[in-house]
Write a protein of this length. Structure first.
Length: 269
C-alpha cells in the first residue's frame, strides 16, 4: 500500500515537472503607464498590492493603483530574456516632455533681489529616473522698498533625478546657465545657478509639481558709501550711474551674485 502511494506521488511529481517545462500558467500585469510584465503572482493583498515573480527569479511589488488589469495565460515561456527586458520598462516615463512653471523668490544676502520667474524646459528621459533638458523663460528682479529692477532672459540646462516613478515622486533638480539683460543692450548679463528640491504628482500622461530651491544670478551693482553711517548703499547698475555724484562720491560698479529662496509651481506634459 505504501509502495503504491509512493509510485502515485512520483508519477504526479514527474507529470507536474513536464507540464511546468512546456506549457505553464502565468499572469500578465498591465500597468497604467503602458508597460506589461509577465510572471507568477505569489501574493495578492486586496486593494493594496500584488507581488509578481518572474521566471528569472526577479520579484516586483505593485500598488493596486498602478495597475490597469491582470490576465492569466497558458503559454510556453521560451526564455526569460524578453521578460527581463520588459521588467526594465516598468517605471519608464514618457521619452520626451515639456515642463512649464511660475515662481517667486525672496531676496537673501547682501546683494539679494526678489525675483518673479517663468520657466519652460523641454527635455528627454535618459533613464527611468533621470531627465535632462534645455530651458529658457523670463526673470524679473526687483527690490522690495527701493527703486530699481531688471528683466533677464535665462538660457540654461536643467537636470532632474527622481527618487521613484510612482504617483507621488520626490526629486532633485539642478539648473545652470547664462542670463541676458534685455533692457540695456545686453549689458549686466551673467551666470545663473539654481538647485531645487521638489515633488511630482502624476496625472497619468502629465503631472503637476511643486519645488523649493536656492537661486543665484550674476549681475552688476552700483555701490557707494553712506558718509554718515559708513554702510554700503547698493542699487542695480545702470549706465546713468556713471554720471551721478551722490552723497559726496561716485557709484562704483561691481559684479556680484543676487541670491534668493524660490518656490515654483509647474505642469509637466
Amino acid at each position: 500500500m505504501k509502495i503504491r502511494n509512493l509510485l502515485i506521488a512520483l508519477i504526479l511529481f514527474f507529470c507536474n515537472t513536464l507540464l511546468s517545462q512546456s506549457n505553464s500558467f502565468y499572469e500578465t500585469v498591465y500597468l497604467k503607464n503602458g508597460s506589461q510584465l509577465k510572471g507568477i503572482i505569489t501574493e495578492w493583498i486586496p486593494n493594496e498590492t500584488i507581488t509578481l515573480k518572474l521566471v528569472d527569479g526577479s520579484v516586483f511589488v505593485f500598488k493596486i493603483s498602478e495597475i490597469s488589469k491582470v490576465t492569466r495565460n497558458i503559454k510556453e515561456i521560451k526564455t526569460s530574456k524578453n521578460i527581463t527586458a520588459e521588467s526594465e520598462m516598468i517605471f519608464e516615463p514618457k521619452e520626451y516632455n515639456s515642463q512649464i512653471s511660475l515662481g517667486y523668490g525672496a531676496a537673501g544676502g547682501k546683494y539679494g533681489l526678489n525675483v518673479i520667474g517663468y520657466n519652460w524646459v523641454y527635455g528627454k528621459n535618459l533613464k527611468p529616473k533621470h531627465y535632462i533638458g534645455g530651458g529658457t523663460g523670463v526673470r524679473y528682479y526687483f527690490y522690495r522698498s527701493e527703486e530699481g529692477s531688471i528683466t533677464m532672459i535665462p538660457i540654461f540646462i536643467d537636470y532632474q533625478y527622481r527618487i521613484n516613478n510612482e504617483k507621488f515622486s520626490p526629486y532633485v533638480k539642478v539648473a545652470g546657465g547664462y542670463s541676458l539683460n534685455i533692457e540695456s543692450g545686453f549689458d549686466n548679463s551673467g551666470f545663473l545657478f539654481n538647485p531645487r528640491l521638489g515633488v511630482d504628482f502624476s496625472l497619468g500622461k502629465s503631472s503637476i509639481f511643486m519645488e523649493i530651491g536656492y537661486h543665484t544670478q550674476q549681475m552688476s551693482f552700483g555701490v557707494i558709501k553712506d558718509p554718515i553711517s559708513g554702510s554700503d548703499i547698493i542699487t542695480i547698475w545702470d549706465n546713468s550711474l556713471k554720471d551721478i555724484n551722490g552723497l559726496g562720491g561716485y557709484y562704483s560698479k561691481v559684479y556680484r551674485f543676487s541670491e534668493s529662496i524660490n518656490i515654483n509651481l509647474g505642469f509637466s506634459f
